[in-house]
Design a protein around this ligand. Structure first.
Ligand code: CTP
Length: 442
């Protein structure tokens, strides 16, 4: 019996895939199809595959062309599979000519002509084509625009900034707007990275116009306003999505899941530190610059609220203010007491400390080295060092492409919320406390 194997993502299964499978099957008597796992696709740079692994497997199964389906999970697995299943022929489309010649050592390699004029990338682009408008004053806007190019089905059509010196990187094909209303009218979705004091008015307007919004957290500085925005998004069928990029890094997401499954026992303490230094600010600049609590607070609070929940018993905030300026903290420390756990975050823009995250539990602890907000690596440590485990997951574009892809999927397919509404609202509540002066000043 001649055994044939072929691999692919098979996202949004199309005619080109079916023709490939038919011809692969005709090469032998038994066809094995390897479908890529989500992680494997992410690790090789395919970040916005629309369908889940199970959906893609089901689609391949439904063609009736595969005798067996396997999941491709790691680099080099093809060699393993060929040996394990006793494969005679390895085949893929001609877009891969030459790439798999190294397999000739193990079996026959056949490149089949690719069907012209159809690809998953093209279907994704046509399906989604989400037109983004960007609002903000720092190079985060440029990074966002550049990363959009890696997420097919998105286009940055325009931007609005108060910063006349904002570079054009990534924005070469976008129009500079001077009216927010005009930008909203010309786009499907907004990425709002303006100063948090402007978020409420801008996001409310965008939602009223039935536009989707990805905002840089915090949503607003007032809890009642944030609730109103979530209600409005719901009423108007819009996605209102928190853009804390750390949340979209694979390593961070896996680390949170691992902590939740009890790997380190009951969680008893969380310590998160996020700091950066910045040049001296004039009083005027301070009005436009994000202070420590708004710039770093949402990221630092994320693991606290994700792991311990939003119902704490006590919260205490201490801040060091810049020259007694009540709007700008160079450093803030927040302590939470929960019924069975405690948490502390330290955030600073003007004070530097080791930016690590430590989650302590009754059976061990999780350690994420600095800078933990760009997580690609973490360790689960036990009392007995030989039981320590290390985990690494490639971080793409600081989490920005994953964040955009997740938002796009939410808009076009089904609503996913990596950061739930409850957590977003609790972040705002803490912001409101600080901005209404409920902290001890040092
Ligand atoms: N294939 C083909 N003809 C096409 C598209 C794909 O023969 N028009 C083949 C590929 O060469 C590969 C298999 O189908 O052997 C699975 O391809 P996959 O990468 O899943 O599909 P694409 O449509 O190429 O996906 P993408 O656009 O995401 O790269």
């Amino acid at each position: 019996m001649k055994k044939v194997i072929t691999y692919g993502t098979y996202d949004l299964l199309h005619f080109g895939h079916i023709r490939l499978l038919e011809r692969a099957r005709a090469l032998g008597d038994y066809l094995i199809v390897g479908v890529t796992s989500d992680d494997f696709d992410i690790s090789r740079g395919k970040i916005n595959v629309q369908q889940s692994l199970m959906e893609r497997i089901e689609a391949v199964r439904a063609t009736g062309l595969a005798d067996e389906i396997v999941i491709e999970q790691y680099e080099g697995q093809k060699i393993d599979d060929i040996q394990k299943y006793g494969i005679d022929i390895f085949t893929v489309g001609s877009d891969w000519v030459g790439v798999f010649d190294y397999l000739k050592e193990y079996c026959q390699v056949v490149y089949l002509d690719r069907t012209q004029g159809v690809s998953s990338t093209e279907i994704r682009s046509k399906e989604n084509a989400l037109r983004f408008g960007l609002v903000g004053d720092t190079d985060v806007i440029n990074k966002f625009a550049l990363e959009c190019r890696n997420v097919n089905g998105t286009a940055v059509v325009g931007y609005l900034t108060l910063n006349p010196e904002l570079s054009k990187d990534g924005l070469e094909n976008a129009t500079a707007y001077d009216s927010f209303e005009a930008l909203v009218s010309d786009t499907d979705a907004l990425y709002i990275r303006s100063h948090p004091t402007k978020h409420y008015d801008q996001i409310k307007y965008a939602l009223q116009q039935h536009k989707h919004v990805l905002y840089e957290s915090p949503l607003t500085l007032c809890h009642a306003q944030a609730e109103e925005l979530f209600r409005l998004a719901d009423q108007n069928g819009c996605i209102l999505y928190a853009g804390i990029k750390t949340a979209y890094s694979t390593a961070y997401a896996r680390m949170i899941l691992m902590a939740k499954t009890g790997k380190i026992g009951d969680i008893v303490s969380i310590d998160a530190v996020c700091t950066s230094l910045q040049d001296d600010l004039t009083k005027k600049e301070m009005q436009h610059t994000w202070n420590s609590i708004t710039a770093w607070g949402p990221t630092a609070m994320l693991p606290v609220y994700q792991l311990l929940g939003t119902e704490c018993q006590e919260k205490h905030i201490v801040s060091r203010l810049l020259d007694g300026h009540h709007r700008f903290d160079t450093f803030t420390k927040i302590d939470w007491t929960y019924p069975h756990a405690v948490a502390t975050i330290k955030v600073g823009k003007g004070v530097k400390a080791e930016g690590q995250l430590i989650i302590g539990g009754t059976k061990g602890y999780i350690y994420v080295p600095a800078p933990w907000w760009k997580t690609d690596y973490f360790e689960v440590r036990a009392e007995n060092q030989s039981q320590n485990k290390r985990f690494f997951y490639q971080l793409e574009g600081e989490g920005i492409p994953g964040m955009i892809a997740s938002f796009v999927k939410s808009v076009t397919r089904n609503k996913l919320a990596y950061i739930g509404e409850k957590i977003s609202l609790e972040i705002v509540r803490t912001m409101e406390e600080w901005h209404s002066g409920r902290f001890t000043s040092i």
